[in-house]
Design a protein around this ligand. Structure first.
Ligand code: PEP
Ligand code: MG
Length: 576
């Protein structure tokens, strides 16, 4: 029987394939047989992971504010005790030696054994303590996977061309799934602008998120159609439906292939307004696609992805080596390096934000950087050094007060003075810009424009904060509306402020990469788009078919329409 489930569309494209259900913490765990001479190193790796996991837990326990409820401290103590118990501190090590297997597999075997024991218990309370086992295991897995030897990265052929179904996924999971060659993914939770969803779009992996209870309706190995554009998953499809989707899949492939002719063409509206089209990149490997899609540079390099597979902060040399490689790959095109935007749904380390009730409103991005010099200074030093190698711009995320700009500028000045003294090369004119993604910053964009060399609008956060919805929470994603007049006015105010100050204003949020909004944004006065490479030619196609004059007229009207349906109609008419 055919059934259709509706979720939230993440990335365009259709996937048809068999489903593989994964538990997130089991996602990457497969058995690897070790050679005799590899066992000692693997034991050492597991010992180091155990020590690090214990260290992190102790740190959290020590840092807990005295006002924290006692249950939370007790909860952490329980997990510490478990990690110190032979069940975790000895048994998995024995398994690695005896079975000659990888550390993850040994931990998984031990976890399964403990969970089975808990489940046999009569006491309902004790039975629920299996969650604690899972929590401890998850912590260990995360630590181990950050220190994974390259040989453990072999693609898992089982996942090739499958559609992965999980409760939720994080950015590093997706990188791994791409490595395994999955055709698409479905998650029960998550919003369209979570960083995992952004990554999926830039990787071109079709996905649907927020499909509640999907694991109840979709079975392992079942063939489904996943439509990443409409956000639907169809199971038990008859031959006719399958044929229709296969035809749509082929049509989309042809459309994308047809866009290649635009690669060298300029981006310009029908009435001659030139538009700059740059690329957003997350991973070092994206740099190839920047040149392939014909972007004029990188408008946003999300450097936090450099941190995600690290146990410690990358040092100055590691930052510098990455930036140097990128500047060389871009061959004279500008590179906008955003300073680390860690926190919220891009946590670093084991437990960032774990105890913050609202991590998106907490210590993230520039706030975290200013708080932690050991995170921020090496990155700033590397960016400043990289500026000597080519056109590098530095961009500060999540600004909410002009003082933050001043503090960052002060640090930059201090570093430059030291470099001058020591004869280290840098470009004293490197532009320093900031992201406008907090409503207060958008409203006072003129004040920021007076102290920055360029601005870039981050609509993912600007919408999240102005409409007051968590961007990773699918329950409220229906409110995530770029056409909300409040959002449109904040964008218009920012563009106007940049124009008056005579500094460039780009947009690098997902709204810029969605062709439905291209004409409207041009109408609002945007002439710099930064989008993920996989969307760039489609946006250029939309730009080249836009009348800027007509778009300005509609944009002006849209700022004052309170009715959502009417706004959609106006937009559809503009896009027709
Ligand atoms: C944004 O908020 O729009 C943005 C580009 O930054 P990020 O998505 O990385 O938070
Ligand atoms: Mg942002």
């Amino acid at each position: 029987m055919t059934f259709t489930l509706h979720g939230v569309a993440v990335s365009r494209g259709i996937a048809i394939g068999r489903v593989h259900v994964v538990e997130r913490h089991h996602l990457e765990i497969s058995e690897i047989r070790l050679a005799e001479d590899e066992v000692a190193a693997e034991v050492e790796r597991l010992e180091a992971a155990l020590a690090l996991a214990r260290h992190h837990l102790r740190q959290i326990r020590d840092d807990i504010p005295s006002t924290t409820p006692a249950e939370i401290a007790a909860f952490i103590d329980t997990h510490l005790l478990m990690l110190e118990d032979a069940a975790f501190s000895e048994e998995p090590l024995r398994l690695v030696r005896e079975l000659r297997c990888n550390a993850e597999w040994a931990v998984k075997l031990q976890r399964d054994k403990l969970v089975a024991a808990f489940e046999e218990m009569d006491d309902a309370y004790l039975r629920t303590r299996r969650d604690d086992v899972d929590n401890v295991v998850e912590r260990l897995f995360r630590t181990l996977l950050r220190h994974k030897p390259l040989r453990h990265e072999m693609p898992d052929q089982k996942l090739k061309d499958m559609i992965v179904l999980a409760r939720d996924l994080a950015p590093p999971d997706l990188v791994l799934l791409q490595h395994h060659g999955v055709a698409g993914f479905i998650t029960e939770h998550g919003g369209p602008t979570s960083h995992m969803s952004i990554l999926a779009r830039s990787m071109g992996i079709p996905g649907v998120v927020g499909l509640h209870h999907a694991r109840r309706y979709i079975e392992e190995d079942e063939t489904v159609i996943l439509d990443g554009e409409d956000g639907v998953v169809i199971g038990g499809a008859e031959a006719g439906i399958l044929a229709e989707y296969r035809a749509r899949q082929a049509a989309r492939t042809r459309f994308i292939a047809g866009l290649q002719v635009l690669r060298e063409a300029p981006a310009q509206t029908l009435d001659g307004v030139p538009i700059s089209l740059q690329a957003n990149v997350e991973l070092a490997s994206d740099f190839r696609s920047v040149r392939d899609c014909g972007a004029s540079g990188v408008g946003l390099y999300r450097t936090e992805f450099l941190f995600l597979d690290h146990a410690d902060y990358p040092d100055e040399e590691e930052h510098f080596a990455t930036y140097r490689q990128m500047v060389a790959a871009l061959d004279g095109a500008p590179l906008t390096i955003r300073t680390a935007d860690l926190g919220a749904d891009k946590p670093f380390g084991q437990d960032d934000g774990a105890f913050a009730a609202n991590p998106a409103l907490g210590l993230r991005a520039v706030r975290l950087c200013l708080r932690e010099p050991s995170l921020f200074w090496p990155q700033l030093r590397a960016i400043i050094r990289a500026s000597a190698l080519g056109p590098v711009r530095m961009m500060i995320p999540m600004l909410s007060a002009v003082e933050e700009v001043r503090q960052v500028r002060d640090i930059v000045t201090t570093i430059r003075k030291e470099f001058t003294r020591r004869g280290i090369a840098f470009d004293a004119a490197m532009p320093i810009g900031g992201m406008i993604e907090v409503p207060a910053a958008a409203m006072c964009a003129d004040l920021f424009a007076a102290e920055l060399d360029f601005l870039s609008i981050g609509t993912n956060d600007l919408i999240q904060y102005s409409v007051a919805i968590d961007r990773v929470n699918d329950e409220v994603s229906y409110l995530y509306d770029p056409l909300n007049p409040g959002v449109l006015r904040l964008i218009a105010t920012t563009l106007e402020a940049g124009d008056k100050a005579g500094i460039p204003v780009a947009m690098c949020g997902e709204m810029a990469g969605d062709p439905r909004y291209t004409r409207l944004l041009i109408g609002l006065g945007l002439n710099e788009f930064s989008v993920h490479p996989s969307a760039l030619l489609e946006i250029k196609h939309a730009i080249n078919g836009t009348s800027a004059a007509r778009a300005r007229e509609t944009a002006g009207q849209l700022l004052g329409v309170s009715d959502g349906a009417q706004r959609r109609e106006l937009l559809d008419a503009l896009n027709a």
